[in-house]
Design a protein. Structure first.
Length: 494
């Protein structure tokens, strides 16, 4: 995995086709679409049920939005305060400007312990920087312990969902992966393993248990970190995080700088918003918090790696920066009609779905992911579902404009679309020209189609009609109808 600018970015998957081409392939996969529809609809229904229980749900969303926006405006202050708090509590803070620096820091920290294995808690930040691959190059094995991440790792696959990375896999596929691959990584799958979910979970438990008990170094992400106390928080549903965060001697946490909160008390808001929006639960089964180190209890060395990797550049955009408020709940994915039909791999990024369509272009530069802002119907369902009220449609439109500008800057000769839009502007500025073109268009359209739509437009307009139904203009425009009936009414009144 690598970004367009080389190993320092690592947000998009190297060699991924543009979204339109990847989506076309995904749409042809009927099994994928069935798995996605079943999973997203189930999570969506659970979320609606538990959020409707709270009379103050909208007030909670507004409070979460306010805290996040205020924090982003003063992010430098809160990060410095976080560093002071973590250091005071016995931890060590490292600053990483990009993926390459973060990978180098983590690799050096693991090497310093003398170990060659690490266990990992599910972390999108480490996926973003390609940490597993960087550790492998250094001769260090990284074991994913989240069940879905384990499936992805064993299958040499890529995550396709923020909450359920293996959402694109069916039970039979998972059984086959476990049977074929588990033995290569450690304890093999039990003989006669079935595709019953309980059997699959038990196979994963047995496989991972020996790693939890043996491995001395753990790598985690972070859902939140409180600047005033230095407390870091990880929420998860399987207990694997609790094992990784308490048993090893050394804990290394890689956290995007946007995850900081000003105060520990702010967690009261987000620990209500996150579980309801992500898993449709009233609270997470496991919420782990730690503040530095404590002698004789848990890891005796704690390192916090604060990752920038494009986030500071994103902060400069007053419209686009709101994407950094994301708490990675995946609610926007579960309501998005585009994601439900294409899945996460089509986005070519660690961050799929609506939030990926606005976050990825800003982290890597819109010129490197210029199709993603167009991977949306702008229906607004993502905004309605977002627990911190990120106006994703607003950011999508904003980034679309930047993508068009970037495309125009790269071209010496204007595109056919730019020429057509320029001609349209000239027509729309003149009522006379508009009337003439409208009448001519209606006459031509009636010749081109007899079925109510224009099947294919000519020349440079063809790409438009290849992906859309183009209705035939009416025989009479509203303006002409109004003038004609107005004359009829005036004549009758006389």
């Amino acid at each position: 995995m690598s970004g367009p600018d080389g190993p320092g970015t690592n947000v998009v998957w190297l060699g991924s086709p543009p979204f339109p081409h990847a989506a076309r392939t995904a749409l042809a996969d009927t099994r994928l679409r069935t798995n996605l529809r079943r999973a997203t609809s189930t999570i969506r229904d659970k979320r609606l049920a538990v959020t409707s229980e709270l009379d103050d749900w909208e007030q909670l969303r507004e409070a979460g939005e306010a805290v996040k926006r205020r924090t982003l405006r003063h992010l430098d202050h809160h990060l410095v305060r976080l560093e002071e708090s973590v250091t005071k509590a016995g931890g060590t803070v490292h600053w990483a400007a990009d993926a390459a620096e973060a990978n180098r820091i983590v690799t050096d920290l693991v090497r310093a312990t003398g170990e060659r294995e690490v266990v990992k808690v599910k972390s999108m930040a480490t996926q973003e920087i390609g940490l597993n691959e960087a550790l492998a190059e250094a001769g260090i094995s990284a074991y994913e312990t989240d069940l879905a991440e384990l499936i992805v790792q064993l299958g040499e696959d890529r995550p396709s969902h923020i909450l359920v990375p293996a959402i694109h896999r069916g039970r039979a596929e998972i059984r086959d992966i476990f049977r074929r691959e588990m033995g290569k990584w450690g304890r093999p799958a039990p003989p006669g393993l079935t595709d019953d979910p309980r059997d699959l979970a038990e196979a994963a438990r047995l496989h991972l248990r020996e790693k939890f008990l043996r491995t001395k170094v753990a790598v985690s992400g972070a859902n939140f970190a409180a600047a005033d106390t230095g407390t870091v928080v990880v929420v998860e549903s399987e207990g694997n995080g609790r094992m990784c965060l308490t048993l090893p001697d050394t804990l290394i946490t890689v956290m995007g700088i946007e995850k900081v909160l000003p105060a520990f008390t702010d967690l009261e808001i987000f620990l209500q918003l996150l579980p309801r929006s992500s898993t449709g639960e009233r609270m997470n089964p496991y919420t782990s918090m730690w503040t530095g180190t404590t002698e004789g209890d848990g890891p005796q060395a704690f390192h916090l790696v604060l990752l920038d990797n494009g986030r500071t550049d994103t902060l400069e955009d007053t419209v686009g920066r709101q994407a950094l408020a994301c708490i990675r709940c995946s609610a926007c994915l579960n309501v998005c009609p585009v994601y439900e039909r294409t899945g996460g791999h089509a986005y070519g990024s660690v961050y799929p779905g609506p939030i990926g369509a606005v976050l990825t272009p800003q982290l890597v530069g819109v010129e490197h992911a210029d199709t993603l802002p167009f991977a949306s119907t702008l229906c607004g369902a993502c905004y309605d579902a977002c627990p911190v009220r990120i106006d994703i449609p607003e950011v999508l439109v904003h980034l679309r404009a930047k993508a068009v500008e970037a495309e125009g800057d790269r071209r010496v000769v204007p595109t056919a679309e730019a020429l057509v839009m320029g001609a349209a502007a000239a027509v729309l500025r003149s009522p006379g020209r508009l009337s003439l073109v409208r009448r001519a268009g209606a006459s031509v359209a009636r010749v081109l189609s007899r079925r109510g739509v224009i099947r294919r437009l000519p020349g440079p307009l063809r790409p438009w009609s290849d992906t859309r139904d183009t209705p035939v203009p009416p025989r009479e425009s509203f303006r002409d109808w109004w003038l004609r009936t107005l004359r009829t009414r005036e004549g009758a009144s006389r």
